[in-house]
Design a binder for this molecule. Structure first.
Ligand code: CO
Length: 215
């Protein structure tokens, strides 16, 4: 792995700008005019997880929120602001929650052996592990246990998205973006779609119909 110096980072930037301008002289004028990205990406802060590179997308295509172990926290004002803005103002059509194998946050949740703030942050994933302990503990290797919990975490975070007031409002108004749960395998670079079905988390339909009948 190359580690550039700070000076080299700035030189790289100049080279990249020159490359972009050679292909499209209007590239930065277009970027400067504003953004309307179709995607919101909720990913892990891990340095190996820049989704743009894995999906060959350009600046302006993906609105981003990243934190340790790609969590959707219903009390995280930063995340909720991003979600609200992405839906109400940017009108994103898709939300992608993307976790990854070999995730340090998941490892911390599973094994509980770090000694920092991360322990607090990943506690909901530890709760998830306790819920699914039978399934996870039955897997033969440590790697498989960590990776399965990463998959289950993505599904849980998609569920959490549907539990936000922001998404519920969209669902009532029938303009909810599509939500996708993905897991990236760092050993292959390939993304797997977990095929999380939105109907599983459709928490509003039965009670909503009831409410409509009552009023
Ligand atoms: Co991670």
């Amino acid at each position: 792995m190359i580690h550039y110096t700070i000076e080299e980072l700035l030189e790289n930037n100049q080279a990249w700008v020159a490359e972009k301008l050679a292909l499209n002289p209007e590239f930065f004028n277009e970027l400067g005019a504003g953004q309307s990205p179709p995607y919101l990406y909720v990913g892990c802060s891990d340095s190996r997880m820049p989704l743009t590179q894995y999906t060959q997308t350009e600046p302006g295509e993906i609105f981003v929120h990243r934190n340790i172990a790609n969590q959707v926290s219903l009390t995280d004002i930063n995340f909720l602001s991003i979600l609200d803005y992405a839906i109400a103002n940017l009108k994103v059509q898709h939300i992608i929650v993307c976790g990854h194998y070999g995730c340090g946050g998941i490892e911390a949740a599973l094994e509980g052996n770090t000694t920092g703030l991360v322990d607090n942050w990943v506690n909901p994933i530890r709760e998830l592990y306790i819920q699914k302990q039978l399934e996870i503990d039955s897997l033969p290797t440590r790697e498989e246990k960590i990776n399965r919990l990463a998959e289950l975490n993505v599904i849980a975070q998609v569920k959490n998205l549907y539990q936000t007031s922001i998404l519920r409002k969209c669902m009532r108004e029938n303009n909810a973006p599509d939500i996708h749960g993905w897991v990236l395998n760092l050993k292959t670079g390939l993304i797997q779609d977990m095929q999380v079905k939105s109907s599983e988390w459709d928490l509003i339909s039965p009670s909503c119909e009831l409410e409509e009948n009552v009023t």
